[in-house]
Design a protein around this ligand. Structure first.
Ligand code: F1P
Length: 333
């Protein structure tokens, strides 16, 4: 519920980000390193920097960095994303990356280790996050990545569009009872699939992660086009499928994937544009997002209904969503 405020506060970092971009000079290659939710934010970064700026971009899980860090050099900008700035694997990667490359940390906690060790720092201004699972910090990380991409790829329109998102999210929060009702309906499901293409693929991964973290239901995030390469075998009427289908290039193909899973009996919850008539006829439940949101901007507002879905399922199952079992807010070993 603090998402609109978190975005507005993070947008105030724009001037600092401009200064960093001017200081850094030319960036020929980007390598994101992160864990968990921060990794999913990084994946969105890859889609942005490659599609808008043609900047080759890798995304590496911090825990895998020591086995495969790609080809880092002085022209590579290594971007570490971490809510806490204390995640052990991310810090290890930062220390290795510093030997060859410029490092930029996008962090929520002021004065954390990453902020002391990276060459450049951008703060996400989400405020302290009480729950263990990252929600508003994810949105703030994305806000920073979009501002950075807007500046590095010379797409000022991205920043303009960011200013419209807090109100769009607020409108969704004002109508969240609908999502609560869907959560009630599926509270006893044992497996879920989340599917999306392009910019919506990391959103699907993040939706599935939130489900696992706070409801203890198995959730599988999948690139929609990969379904037919195996997991379609798992789809039946007991496996709800959440389809992330914003308007844009990937839309029609994802809708055809919705048809495929429905043919196997799946109950489909689609997240898409409010006036998308196609979705209304294809999916059992449709969670509408403002029509003005295109595919590129969709990762920020579209993740909110997925977070709420998991939140309400968690509550319906008698779990405390703020204190999930076996999960630490910060993984320091
Ligand atoms: C990464 C992370 C979080 C997750 C949990 C464990 O943390 O995977 O995304 O919610 O708290 O750690 P960070 O590096 O972003 O602080």
């Amino acid at each position: 519920h603090e998402q609109p405020e978190a975005i507005k506060n993070t947008l105030m970092e724009l001037t600092d980000i401009e200064k960093i971009v001017n200081k850094m000079g030319n960036v020929k290659r980007i390598c994101f390193v992160a864990c968990g939710t921060s990794y999913h934010a990084s994946l969105i970064g890859k889609y942005l920097f490659e599609s808008l700026g043609g900047i080759p971009t890798d995304v590496i899980l911090a825990s895998e960095f020591k086995y495969s860090a790609g080809s880092l050099d002085k022209d590579t900008l290594v971007i570490l994303i971490s809510q806490s700035g204390e995640t052990a694997d991310t810090l290890k990667a930062l220390r290795t990356a510093k030997n060859t490359s410029k490092t930029l940390a996008i962090v929520n906690v002021l004065g954390s280790t990453a902020t002391r060790e990276a060459d450049y720092i951008i703060y996400t201004r989400a405020g302290p996050e009480i729950g263990v699972a990252a929600t508003k910090t994810y949105i703030s990380q994305l806000t920073c990545i979009y501002m950075l991409a807007g500046l590095l790829c010379k797409h000022g329109d991205l920043v303009d569009k960011l200013h419209e998102i807090p109100q769009i999210i607020q409108n969704m929060l004002d109508n969240e009872d609908y999502i609560k009702a869907i959560a009630q309906k599926y509270r006893d499901a044992q497996d879920f699939f989340f599917i999306g293409r392009g910019f919506s693929y990391p959103t699907a991964l993040e939706g599935a992660l939130k489900l696992k973290e706070i409801t203890y239901i198995h959730g599988e995030g999948y690139a929609a086009g990969e379904l037919k390469h195996g997991p379609l075998a798992l789809i039946d009427d007991e496996v709800p499928v959440v389809a992330v289908t914003p308007p844009g290039e990937s839309h029609d193909k994802t809708v055809s994937n919705v048809e495929e899973v429905r043919a196997r009996g799946a109950h489909v919850i689609a997240v898409g544009a409010e006036s998308d008539e196609n979705l209304q006829s294809e999916a059992e439940d449709v969670i509408g997002v403002d029509d003005s949101i295109d595919e590129i901007m969709s990762p920020i507002p579209y993740v909110v209904p997925l977070q709420l879905l998991s939140y309400y399922m968690s509550v319906a199952r008698g779990i405390d969503p703020d204190k999930p079992k076996n999960l630490a807010k910060c993984v320091t070993v």
